[in-house]
Ligand binder design. Structure first.
Ligand SMILES: [Zn+2]
Length: 147
């Protein structure tokens, strides 16, 4: 019916998405294996924006949470200890994303960092860096929880 040009693209690597299980909210890209979320509303059905990367979504939510926590602390609604604990939780979320993204980067040989997609050895080097960064975030989470 439609050529590959009309197919929705993976928000992570840009590869056309050929299949989508009916009723499924999340699917993995065949090429880069990253999970993506299907948005039906309010975007038009044919809009290329109807697919959203799960990691992009999580990073965005995390950014909003960081701003909210910063504002709460600035307003005096959060104690310093509360701030440390909240940051520890955010680091845990960030570490999880980095670890999964890094692991999938090593498996698939595709990595995207700061909207630049890399393949092969370069992608695996970035992915390894993400795994190291994710592990550091987990270490800091443990420190933050123990304070
Ligand atoms: Zn992809």
């Amino acid at each position: 019916m439609h050529g590959p040009r009309h197919l929705p693209k993976c928000p992570y690597c840009g590869h056309p998405v050929h299949e989508w299980r009916r009723g499924s909210p999340i699917e993995g890209c065949r090429q880069c294996r990253r999970p993506m979320v299907l948005l039906r509303y309010p975007l038009p059905w044919r809009s290329p924006l109807r697919l959203l990367g799960l990691f992009d979504l999580a990073s965005k939510l995390q950014a909003y949470a960081t701003i909210t926590i910063g504002a709460l602390f600035a307003l005096g609604a959060l104690s310093l200890l509360g701030l440390v604990k909240a940051i520890a939780i955010l680091l845990y979320v960030m570490g999880s994303i980095l670890l999964v993204d890094g692991a999938l980067g090593i498996v698939s040989g595709i990595d995207r960092t700061w909207s630049q997609v890399r393949y092969g050895t370069a992608a695996k080097a970035m992915a390894a860096g993400k795994i190291i960064a994710g592990s550091l975030a987990f270490l800091l989470t443990i420190v933050g929880v123990l304070i």
